[in-house]
Design a protein around this ligand. Structure first.
Ligand SMILES: [Zn+2]
Length: 324
């Protein structure tokens, strides 16, 4: 009996030791995770990150990237990541940082807070590495229309995906029923100016007007107050940023540009996505316009894109949902 008791005690003792060991290892791990993972920012709003031109056909200027980049005076300085060269410039990383010089940095996440008190918390990506859910957002610019927008909505509905549509005023005015359908089907809408103006070429008053006129219309149609904004061509300046700040808009850029507006083939778009997609990312596409007003490649690509992202473990969310 005595012997037995002793053995049992030893066993208990070693169990307790093991328990303590496990707890302390677990704790260290958690600490490491916290220390390592904490610094990603919110809303992949690399703000105007790649100053790409969100080509969009609206204006008809089937733009070769050159013009846009050139015109935006202030922003110009920044190394325009890519596009034109077709090379994949290091996708997201280079993107957001590069923008820093101009206005963009500040806005991102919560516009309302203080004016431009310099750099706010890092923007950018939401969930990430550390085992959290991988999220990515799909965005569609320049619509709505009656040709491509309905096809895109159909695909999204079939796959039960919610996206974010950055609408243009002239299109919304022409097709208010499509705006309503976008809302009814659970998507978000954002402001992409009234006439797809390059805001860096306008004075402050004109910038405000290009934005307000659309938000007023969207409010009339949907009853919603719009808080997301994307700059046509990604053209931003401090002046434009301060207008957005005053009005409480969150500037939304993109981190993945498959260049659908340029008539890029689905295969090429997939290659771009494979290089640029990251957790917290924002994919730029269009629901109107494009080269020769043809977005058939976008429509063909979209189901493949959704398949790919889901196979890679992404949850596809709206822009505000990027930052939990
Ligand atoms: Zn656009």
């Amino acid at each position: 009996m005595k012997r037995r008791k002793r053995r049992i005690n030893w066993r208990r003792f070693s169990l307790v030791l093991l328990f303590i060991l496990v707890i302390s290892i677990g704790y260290n791990r958690v600490e490491a995770l916290i220390a390592g993972g904490g610094s990603k920012a919110v809303t992949g709003s690399p703000a105007v990150n790649g100053k790409e031109l969100d080509g969009s056909g609206l204006t008809g200027e089937t733009p070769s990237p050159a013009p846009e980049a050139a015109t935006s005076s202030p922003p110009k300085a920044t190394p325009t990541p890519t596009t034109d060269t077709g090379k994949a410039v290091p996708p997201s990383p280079s993107i957001s940082p590069s923008q820093t010089p101009n206005a963009d940095p500040s806005p991102s996440a919560q516009p309302d807070r203080q004016e431009e008190q310099t750099s706010p918390p890092p923007q950018g990506t939401g969930a990430d590495e550390a085992g959290e859910e991988k999220r990515i957002a799909l965005t569609f610019d320049d619509g709505p229309d009656l040709k491509w927008t309905p096809q895109i909505l159909e695909i999204l509905k079939e796959r039960n995906i919610k996206a974010t549509f950055f609408l243009v005023g002239k299109q919304a005015e022409a097709y208010p029923e499509m705006v309503q359908q976008i809302i009814d089907e659970g998507h978000l809408v954002g402001n992409h100016t009234w006439g797809h103006e390059k805001l860096t070429e306008l004075n402050t008053k004109e910038v405000g007007h290009a934005i307000d006129r659309l938000s007023d219309l969207l409010f009339q149609i949907t009853g919603q107050k719009i808080s997301l904004f994307r700059a046509p061509y990604g053209a931003m300046s401090d002046k434009v940023q301060s207008v957005l700040d005053d009005k409480g808009y969150q500037l939304v850029g993109w981190t993945v540009d498959p260049r659908d507006w340029a008539g890029t083939s689905p295969d090429e778009m997939m290659n771009i996505v494979k290089k640029q997609a990251k957790p917290g990312g924002i994919v730029l596409m269009h629901s109107f316009g494009g080269k020769n007003s043809d977005l058939s490649n976008t429509v063909e690509f979209l189901p493949q894109l959704i398949d790919y992202l889901q196979e890679e473990g992404y949850t596809i969310v709206t822009v505000p949902e990027l930052s939990p």
